[in-house]
Design a protein around this ligand. Structure first.
Ligand code: NI
Length: 267
């Protein structure tokens, strides 16, 4: 399982470099004596041959992961699937894909232009899900995409990498619930995504989630550097189902709002 460990280490190094909130959040929680467990790592991609969920999941599946849930986000024009590893200790992998054909022709043509820039051999790398952005967008295209799909704009700017890691709140010893963790994070100066309420979900769907607002990152565009929202950090509390087993899936209604954590704060 060394390869799996290496892949998650690579994804984490890249993610924590882009999201400058991650290391400070880790530090303040560890200073309280917490050990952080990852609930899931989330990826974004396109419904496009060779780039779709199945293609991106391939290295995880080759290393033992199995599909454990499928989801539809009609408003965001996304399909998603989550994968679990049969051995304890590995995070779930959540991959969503943007249904390009449901976008305007203008957005489709911008995204096709980016996909056309992918160097041959890029997706032949076993770890291309951590390969970063294999194209250079211009800022006007980013802004055009942003007006239509925040998800598409994020993909154009950041490409293939972890969109977020997620702290499993159940494994924290000094926070009885997600509310108390949220209060602590805000007091420490980390703004949370309040779209749809800070806590998405509820015990009756067996899942509560919150997330930081994506920190700003300096990103290179064809016409220079621009400061835009990067990645966010997520927090998940899971509840037991009537059969006593802790729910391991996701809920499309609450995840819909979590996707908005990469919106620009100005609106
Ligand atoms: Ni998530």
């Amino acid at each position: 399982m060394g390869r799996l460990q290496d892949l998650f280490a690579l994804l984490w190094a890249d993610y924590s470099a882009i999201n400058t909130q991650v290391t400070p959040i880790h530090d303040v929680l560890e200073r309280r004596g917490e050990t952080l467990i990852n609930d899931h790592v989330a990826f974004r991609t396109f419904a496009y041959p060779g780039l779709d969920i199945a293609s991106m999941a391939a290295p995880f599946v080759a290393l033992g992961y199995k599909v454990a849930g499928k989801y539809d986000f009609p408003e965001k024009k996304l399909d998603a699937a989550h994968f679990e590893h049969p051995e304890d200790g590995w995070p779930k992998v959540f991959i969503s894909q943007l249904r390009l054909r449901e976008l305007s022709l203008g957005a489709q043509s911008i995204l096709q232009g980016l996909i056309n820039q992918i160097p041959s051999g890029f997706t032949a790398r076993w770890d291309w899900c951590a390969g970063g952005r294999p194209w250079v967008p211009d800022f006007a295209s980013y802004e055009a995409l942003e007006r239509e799909s925040d998800y598409a704009a994020w993909m154009a700017a950041f490409g293939f990498r972890a969109n977020h890691f997620t702290v499993l709140v159940n494994a924290l010893k000094t926070f009885p619930d997600l509310q108390s963790l949220n209060l602590f994070l805000k007091a420490e100066g980390f703004p949370l995504n309040a779209a749809g309420g800070e806590i998405k979900g509820s015990p009756d769907i067996f899942l509560e989630q919150s997330s930081t607002l994506a920190g700003e990152a300096d990103v290179a565009f064809r016409d220079g550097m621009h400061r835009i929202p990067g990645c966010y950090y997520e927090f998940a509390r899971r509840f037991p189902m009537p059969d006593g087993k802790v729910f391991q899936g996701f809920n499309s209604k609450s995840a819909d709002k979590i996707f908005e954590s990469t919106h620009r704060r100005s609106g």
